[in-house]
Design a protein around this ligand. Sequence first.
Ligand SMILES: *[C@@H]1O[C@H](CO)[C@@H](O)[C@H](O)[C@H]1NC(C)=O
Ligand SMILES: *[C@@H]1O[C@H](CO)[C@@H](O)[C@H](O)[C@H]1NC(C)=O
Ligand SMILES: *[C@@H]1O[C@H](CO)[C@@H](O)[C@H](O)[C@H]1NC(C)=O
Ligand SMILES: *[C@@H]1O[C@H](CO)[C@@H](O)[C@H](O)[C@H]1NC(C)=O
Length: 373
Amino acid sequence: MDENVILKVLAMWTLFSSCFASSLKFPPVVPALFVIGDSSVDCGTNNFLGTFARANHLPYGRDFDTHQPTGRFSNGRIPVDYLATRLGLPLVPSYLGQAGDVQDMIHGVNYASAGAGIIFSSGSELGQHISFAQQVQQFTDTLQQFIISMGEDAATELISDSVFYISIGINDYIHYYLLNVSNVDNLYLPWSFNQFLASSVRQEIKNLYNLNVRKVVLTGLAPIGCAPQYLWQYGSMDILKNHESYGFNVTNEACCGYGKYKGWIMCLSPEMACSNASNHIWWDQFHPTDAVNAILADNIWNGQHTKMCHPMNLEDMHKSKATHPLIVRGPLSALYASENINDTRTEVILRIAMQTKRRLTPNTASSLISRFA
Ligand SMILES: *[C@@H]1O[C@H](CO)[C@@H](O)[C@H](O)[C@H]1NC(C)=O
Ligand SMILES: *[C@@H]1O[C@H](CO)[C@@H](O)[C@H](O)[C@H]1NC(C)=O
Ligand SMILES: *[C@@H]1O[C@H](CO)[C@@H](O)[C@H](O)[C@H]1NC(C)=O
Ligand SMILES: *[C@@H]1O[C@H](CO)[C@@H](O)[C@H](O)[C@H]1NC(C)=O
C-alpha cells in the first residue's frame, strides 16, 4: 500500500472513532440528525479536501471529548454535537470521514464543509469545499443507499422523522461583499442579493422536502460568526449582553490568535491559545468556544437560556405531530424569509461586511478570509 493511502486510512479511522466516542445508551428522541453547512458545523469534511480552511491541528479540539483535533472549528464541541447528545444520538460522523456503510450513517451524517456557501463559488478562494447544493446531493446519495439497504418505506420513515440542521450563508456575504468577487457589487443591490440567497435556500429546502425531509432547523447565518468587535458594537445577542451571568468575562478577544483582538494572525499553534477557554466567548476570531456552543444548542433545543428559535424550538417541533414541513428558524435566519428581507439584523451583517471591506488591505485580506471560513 502506498504510504499516502495508509495515512488517509489512519486519518479516517481516527475521525471515525472520535465521531463515535459516545455510544447509544437510550432510545434516541429521533432516528437521526443530518447536518448541512459551513465551518460553524463542519466536523471533519475539510480534512479530506485541498483547502486552507482546516481545523485539523492543535489547539483546535484540545477540549473535545478526545482532546484531539477533528476538523471542528472550536476548542471542543460544536452546536450539533450538543444537539446530537440532547437527541440521544451518538456524535454524527462526517460524510467523507466514514467508509460509506449504511450502519455508520444510520444515526445521521454531517456534510458541512468550512468555507461553503449557498452560492457555488463562495469560499473558492480558500481551495476546495462542498457547496450547499453539493451537500444536498451527497444527502441524496446517502438516501439512495438507505433505500437499497432497508427498503423505500423504512428509509422514508427514517428521513421524515429525523432532524436536519442547516447552518450556512455567512461565506456568501464574506466572499461576495467583502471581496467583491465576480463584480457582485455591481450585479446585486444588497436587498436583491438577500433575495437571491433566500430563494436559493428555499429551493434547496423544497428539494429536501421532495426527499421526505420534514424537520428542519435553519440557523441562517452562524449565530455569532462575525467579527466580535463589530458585534459588540451592534450586539444584541443575549450571550453578549448577559455575558457575566454566563461566566464569560472575555468578550471581545479570542482565545487563540495573535494581534489586536487576537484577530490579525489566525490560530495556528497551541502557543497562540489562552490557557483556559471557558471564560471566553470566542475561540478564534470568528468561531465561538465550546461553552458558547453548548448554550446555543440548549437554546435551539428548548430555549433554556433565551428564546432563539421561531416559530418554535426543536423540542416543541419534535412533539408536534403536524405533517407539513416544520422549519425552526434560528437567529438571523429572517434573512431567508422573503417577508422579512429587510430585517435589521441582516442590515447589521451587511454593514459589518461593508465596513470591514473599507479597512481591508491585501495583507490582511487573506488572513481575514480564512478567519471567516
Ligand atoms: C467591484 O469590482 C468592480 C470590477 O470588478 C468595480 O467596478 C467596483 O468598483 C468594485 N466595487 C468596490 C466597492 O470595490
Ligand atoms: C477573567 O476571570 C479570570 C478568573 O476567572 C481571571 O483570571 C482573568 O484575569 C479575567 N479576565 C478578564 C479580562 O477580566
Ligand atoms: C477553567 O476555568 C473554569 C472557571 O472559569 C474552571 O472551572 C475550570 O476548571 C478551568 N479549567 C482548567 C483546565 O483549568
Ligand atoms: C428594503 O429596503 C430597501 C431600501 O430601504 C427598499 O428599497 C426595499 O423596497 C425594501 N424591501 C422590502 C421588501 O421591504
